[in-house]
Ligand binder design. Structure first.
Ligand SMILES: Nc1ncnc2c1ncn2[C@@H]1O[C@H](COP(=O)(O)OP(=O)(O)O)[C@@H](O)[C@H]1O
Ligand SMILES: [Mg+2]
Length: 321
């Protein structure tokens, strides 16, 4: 399909279950469900895919469609703005097709309700245009519904309950990310110095999307210098350009840690010094800092650096980014 080497990281995404790296429990669950569906000549069961952004929910949904030999339809929850969008999505799917509603928690409650009713009845009810007429109903094909979300508790319980399978995605280990990068580079026919993979993995917070993006940034630097093999110097330059430090922290997180260097601080104070809404700080920036053990917070909304956080900060100040 592509002339080699391909330029875009997503030109070589996995197309089969056996190509997926890590995420053992998800892959095992999918394998069993695929085997059972094939044995009984049934569609893949309705599935909820839950987990952090960039960890493979869409990727697994596509692989399921490919393994089923089925067409794949994808829509964002927030893109379903009216009944016509909703009906078109469900009525557009044929038997065995895989329909992924991504960011399903963004689907308005009204459509979440219509969705579980549609699943129960295997048909959708079109509202009577003229009052007094009974609503018309249309049978639905036997397709597979996949709902992907970062926050399952924002889905209506009855909708969640109707999903037969729940796939829970986890962050990846550095080992897995390094392997994923190696596999992707091979598939793209990119030449990469082997030492790079781990260094990128260390800066990717357990998230394949971040790892692949950084690999792509390295490739850009490499090609801009007219070179063929991605080397450590290209990674260093890419990190410098993107202002990413040794743990993959960007400027807002670095500034966050800098504020705590002066002592314990409240979320609101940190947020106002960063010029960001408190919610953005707590939902976007803090989860990784907490997970990496760089900060701790108490119930009273106070934040402070851990010993690791202090060490990371002083190393970064010594070495630049
Ligand atoms: N297990 C995996 N093996 C190989 N590549 C993966 C894996 N999980 C994710 N990826 C790749 O990481 C990127 C982000 O994955 P994606 O499915 O878009 O994440 P999500 O939908 O959870 O936000 C994609 O390029 C995808 O191909
Ligand atoms: Mg996705």
């Amino acid at each position: 399909m592509q002339t080699v080497p391909a330029n875009e990281i997503n030109d070589a995404a996995p197309t089969a279950l056996s190509h997926l790296i890590g995420q053992r429990s998800v892959v095992d669950q999918v394998k069993v469900a695929l085997d059972a569906a094939n044995q009984d000549n049934l569609p893949f069961p309705s599935t909820l895919a839950v987990g952090p952004a960039g960890c493979g929910k869409t990727q697994v949904a596509k692989v399921i469609a490919q393994e089923m030999g089925a067409d794949f339809h994808e829509v964002l929850g927030q893109a379903i703005a009216n009944a016509a969008d909703f009906n078109a999505l469900l009525l557009g799917a044929k038997d065995r097709d895989v329909v992924l509603i991504d960011e399903a928690h963004e689907l308005e409650r009204e459509y979440q309700t219509s969705l579980f009713l549609a699943i129960d009845q295997k048909r959708i009810f079109l509202q009577g245009v003229r009052s007094g007429r009974a609503p018309q109903s249309i049978p639905l094909a036997d397709f597979t519904l996949l709902l992907a979300t970062t926050d399952e508790f924002r889905l209506l319980q009855p909708l969640r309950d109707r999903m037969k399978l729940a796939l829970r995605f986890e962050f990846y280990t550095e080992q897995e990310l390094a392997e994923l990068l190696r596999q992707r580079s091979r598939a793209l026919k990119w030449k990469v110095a082997d030492r790079i993979y781990h260094r990128i993995a260390q800066r990717s917070r357990g998230v394949p999307r971040l790892a692949l993006r950084l690999l792509q940034a390295c490739r850009r630097v490499c090609r801009s210098e007219g070179e063929q093999t991605i080397a450590v110097a290209h990674l260093e330059r890419a990190c410098q350009l993107e202002q990413i430090d040794a743990l993959g922290l960007g400027p807002p997180e670095q500034a966050y840690l800098g504020i705590l260097a002066d002592g314990t601080s409240r979320l609101n104070v940190i947020a106002s010094r960063l010029g960001l809404p408190a919610r953005t700080v707590s939902e976007v920036y803090e989860p990784y800092l907490l997970r990496a053990g760089l900060i701790v917070k108490d119930d009273d909304s106070m934040r402070q650096l851990t010993a690791e956080g202090r060490e990371h900060l002083s190393n970064s100040r010594k070495n630049g980014v």
